[in-house]
Design a protein around this ligand. Structure first.
Ligand SMILES: CC(C)(COP(=O)(O)OP(=O)(O)OC[C@H]1O[C@@H](n2cnc3c(N)ncnc32)[C@H](O)[C@@H]1OP(=O)(O)O)[C@@H](O)C(=O)NCCC(=O)NCCS
Length: 155
């Protein structure tokens, strides 16, 4: 099936609140209040790109470049009613293109690991897998209760 082009652009000043609202609309994934506060700060300070549909921000991605070789998807979220319509792919591919232009070689993302079964994060991991990310390791960065899976993609 031919996919329609989804335009991605840098987030503008004043749009971080809209991105925070998207996180707050996804409590199955972003249920920890302090984490949302941290993400809100990161959205404002790190490179953030948004996907628009019908003139509305429907998803965003925030990137953290750790060093000249590697970067991380700090946070990515798409409004629930738009899941599965290609916005996530468009956001990730935009980020990849930008990072390749800076000669960055690796893109990582951290998510809830499979040792704590969760149907929502299982979908998230499947999406990352479909986008070319592979599991690197599960660790206890977020404590015993929330196993952290690092997934990585060679750009
Ligand atoms: C994860 C997320 C950003 C992906 O965005 P999206 O717009 O739904 O993703 P897309 O429609 O572009 O799909 C991306 C790929 O994942 C695949 N995919 C999606 N759900 C899948 C599933 N349940 N099983 C297998 N593959 C799946 C799609 O088929 C697509 O691959 P394709 O282009 O080769 O067909 C979005 O679903 C989201 O916001 N989820 C909730 C928040 C979240 O999980 N954030 C990350 C926290 S670590």
């Amino acid at each position: 099936m031919k996919k329609t082009h989804i335009p991605i652009r840098p987030m503008l000043d004043g749009e971080a609140d809209r991105c925070e609202q998207i996180l707050r609309s996804l409590p199955e994934w972003f249920g920890i209040g302090e984490a949302i506060v941290e993400y809100r700060r990161d959205i404002g300070t790190m490179d953030t790109y948004v996907a628009e549909t019908s003139g509305e921000i429907a998803g965003f991605i925030t990137l953290n470049q750790h060093n000249e070789s590697s970067a991380e998807i700090n946070v990515i979220a798409v409004r629930k009613e738009h899941h599965g319509h290609g916005l996530g792919r468009a956001l990730v591919e935009h980020a990849e293109q930008l990072l390749r232009s800076r000669s960055v070689e690796y893109l990582e993302v951290k998510t809830l690991g499979p040792s704590r079964p969760n149907e929502h994060y299982e979908r998230t991991r499947s999406s990352y897998f479909a986008l070319g990310f592979r599991p690197l390791e599960e660790n206890k960065l977020w404590g015993e209760v929330n196993p952290c899976l690092i997934m990585i993609k060679h750009l």
